[in-house]
Design a protein around this ligand. Structure first.
Ligand SMILES: Cc1cc2nc3c(=O)[nH]c(=O)nc-3n(C[C@H](O)[C@H](O)[C@H](O)COP(=O)(O)O)c2cc1C
Length: 381
């Protein structure tokens, strides 16, 4: 039994498809029914459920714009700063993680937003820094999509300036992307908020190793995760730093394995292959055929698209509660410190997950047993 505690929560359903273009879809690129709504009220219920159940993570991506393919997949997105402010008022312990595109915001303004969220959340707010990849989003805003490594050079200046606003006064900064004269920001956060990075290219890993507290790993299987974690930890060690590792996983947990697999076939029967293809080609900047051949033997275009359709390219936990708990324990053993979960029908399946899988994880020592508000109230009579 390890004393490392696996933090759990959701990759929140704050994003989906623009409703006028068909059915909403969040974790499945499929028109199969998904009883999940990317609205504030729905996310409020999820956040409160997590908080009351003693789970830790509420991760919000930030998308929007045209989305991908005919279904306009992920074209709908709540704003992750204002959503964090609302949820901070309605929860007590949950970590709220917003996402910022470093090319779309000024770090001085984000420093002020973050310092305010630090007060509202009483230190529970964190920030995921993304450098951007969807060309159509940049085109819409008339902001140039720089070449890949140049985007990280811009993110580097962004994070340096952001940290200075949070910790220094009257600083000057002369960069290629940002110039600051006599920079100062009040309020300042009580402690600089934790920073995340979701980008797994070599330069993305170096960025996380040098500037962030958490690295969002993309590996889909425990053995690949172990390699990715070792690489990122060694990059961080060269900087004299440590980073923690978070992953996101799609869960399809049913009473029997047969029921889970039958449902997967139903999801594939309604798959939106064109939208999945566009999502993948935009993310990688290559055709799916090229990506498949780079990955080598045994990886077909069909397999890659199916992995996007079911869980949007994440790793997958499929089967009974025992099988799901066992697979999660393997990801934990491979180096994951936290997991953001996604589901087909988020609210109802998260309730089931908390009732059936979390106790197994506690029993196996993957998670510390929870001290729930309800339990302590009961104990105090
Ligand atoms: C868990 C996770 C969350 C992400 N969230 C966002 C997001 O909210 N918005 C966004 O534009 N990109 C998001 N990305 C994409 C990454 O930020 C990054 O641009 C992409 O992975 C390519 O980076 P790389 O070339 O360094 O791998 C996310 C990626 C992962 C793995």
């Amino acid at each position: 039994m390890s004393d490392r505690h696996l933090e759990l929560g959701v990759f929140a359903p704050t994003i989906g498809c623009a409703p006028s273009f068909g059915k909403n879809a969040f974790a499945l690129v499929s028109s199969a029914e998904q009883r999940t709504e990317p609205t504030y009220d729905y996310n409020l219920r999820i956040a409160q459920l997590l908080d009351q159940s003693g789970l830790e993570i509420f991760f919000m991506a930030q998308r929007g714009g045209a989305g991908f393919g005919p279904a306009r997949f992920w074209s709908y997105s709540l704003d992750s700063f204002t959503t964090a402010a609302g949820l901070a008022m309605a929860t007590r312990n949950l970590q709220l993680i917003s996402t910022v595109h470093t090319a779309f915001y000024h770090p001085g303004m984000v420093a002020r937003i973050g310092a305010t969220l630090d007060q509202i959340s009483r230190g529970r707010w964190a920030l995921n820094l993304v450098s951007g990849w969807a060309e159509q989003d940049f085109r819409m805003l008339d902001i140039p999509l720089l070449e890949h490594d140049k985007r990280y050079a811009q993110s580097t200046e962004f994070v340096e300036v952001l940290k200075k606003f949070w910790t220094e006064d009257w600083f000057d900064y002369a960069g290629e992307f940002f110039s600051i004269s006599q920079g100062t920001c009040y309020p300042k956060p009580a402690r600089p908020p934790l920073l995340y990075n979701a980008g797994s290219s070599p330069v993305g890993r170096d960025f996380a190793a040098q500037y962030c507290d958490w690295y969002f790993a993309g590996a889909q299987a425990p053995e690949l995760l172990a390699e990715e974690v070792a690489d990122v930890r060694s990059r961080a060690a060269k900087q004299g730093r440590e980073v923690k590792v978070i992953i996101y996983l799609f869960v399809l947990c049913r009473d029997t394995e047969e029921a889970a697999h039958a449902e997967i076939e139903e999801i594939f029967a309604h798959a939106e292959f064109d939208s999945a293809r566009e999502w993948l080609e935009t993310l990688t900047g290559q055709t799916v055929g090229t990506v498949a051949s780079t990955l080598g033997q045994g990886v077909s275009v069909e397999d890659m698209l199916r992995s996007v359709i079911l869980g949007v390219g994440s790793g997958k936990l499929i089967g009974t509660p025992e099988q799901v708990a066992h697979a999660l324990a393997q990801f934990h053993a491979a180096g994951a410190d936290a997991v953001g979960l996604t589901f087909r029908h988020v609210e109802e399946e998260l309730q089931d997950f908390i009732a059936t899988v979390v106790p197994l994880l506690e029993r196996e020592g993957v998670r510390r047993p929870r001290t729930l508000e309800a339990d302590s109230l009961r104990a105090s009579g």
